[in-house]
Design a protein around this ligand. Sequence first.
Ligand code: FES
Length: 69
Amino acid sequence: MVPRSSIRQTRRTSTSTAHRSGTCGLCRVKRLSGKVRMAVEDSLTESEKADGYILACQAEAESNVEIDA
Ligand code: FES
């Protein structure tokens, strides 16, 4: 389980500061459980969203979230 506030931190070390806009998709991770909201999710296809993928740079946890990182 990843604590609610840690999703962005988890990926922050592996993404450049030029990213984090929700459009490049480099931070795509699979959510195994929990709820998140994302202000921008332009780089995810409908199929990826249905399969549970989220953008770590945009995801704000609404519960404890487990990801496959
Ligand atoms: S770092 Fe580009 S979409 Fe998240």
